[in-house]
Design a protein around this ligand. Sequence first.
Ligand SMILES: [Zn+2]
Length: 337
Amino acid sequence: MKKKGYLYSAQQLEEVDECPYCRSKKREIAHANVGDWSFGIIENLWTYWSCLSCASLYLSPRPKFEYIDKAYIGYFDSNVNPDIIIWSRRLLKYIYNYLSKKLFYLSKLYLLAPLINFSPKYIGEFPISNRIVDYISNSGVKKIKFLDIGCGGGRVLDYATNELRWESLGIDLSPESVTLCRNLGLHAIESNYSYVNDHPLTYDVIHASHILEHLYDPINFLNSISNNLRHGGYFIISMPNSTSYMRYFFAECWRGLEAPRHIAIPSIKYIKKTLLKLGFEVIDFSYKKQQTAMESMRIQRRSSKSTFLDYLKINNIKDLVFSCDEVDIITLLCIKK
Ligand SMILES: [Zn+2]
């Protein structure tokens, strides 16, 4: 029988009457009755509002900050054996390299999607795109000091440390994640992003993948990075885009929502404008048009597992036309001026 999730009481919730990104109070309901359909940790149903000024999506009511940890219980699976992770990553890398060399046809790799999807939890994260890595590696900095904020199971940290040979540190709020990273031989500590305030101008590259949408004050986070990254340093940030075509297509079943952990999801247009205002220049980006499609199909069926059928169905929406503002999950490479 499926285990019941945690149910927040009314006293543990708070109303939010302004957009956490632009502070506008103009809004309308975007999606109602959204469940924790990816992890099933929380039983409540949630409402996402759309900001009419900046097009961000935000949760209201949301868990009060002191209770948000309830939504992360079991989110990080500490029972994953580090040896399995190491061997799985090696195997995937081998297959990837083999196909890249032999087929010269990377798009074939989408055939591996179900394999990656069904492999242990921590392997599903993709490392930084090769184009972005090339850009940083060719920047002339000899020994790159790298900070991964929210390093999770250490996928990017492992890649930066062992493949790119960057001097790397990961920080994460989850003690389970930090332990896992350390068991993998990586340098990680338990901390929140205020770590950068205590180590100003130290890092050449700061990476924050899927952090912004989890934060109560995302602009404060971006300010901290801007104030503490050295001039000429790089900031790599990934997030779901509130104006994603996939969001319009799947509505409340869009995987990018992930209530109640995704507190506020920005629009790509607004985030680019904000980064510019904070002294960053966006110099490159990578995205997947429909990264969330398969997971959103699964959510639509209210199932806990993706099937090969979901994967085949993606083909039906593969050729839809997208504008730049409609990309699904986006990674931006910014340079601090
Ligand atoms: Zn707004």
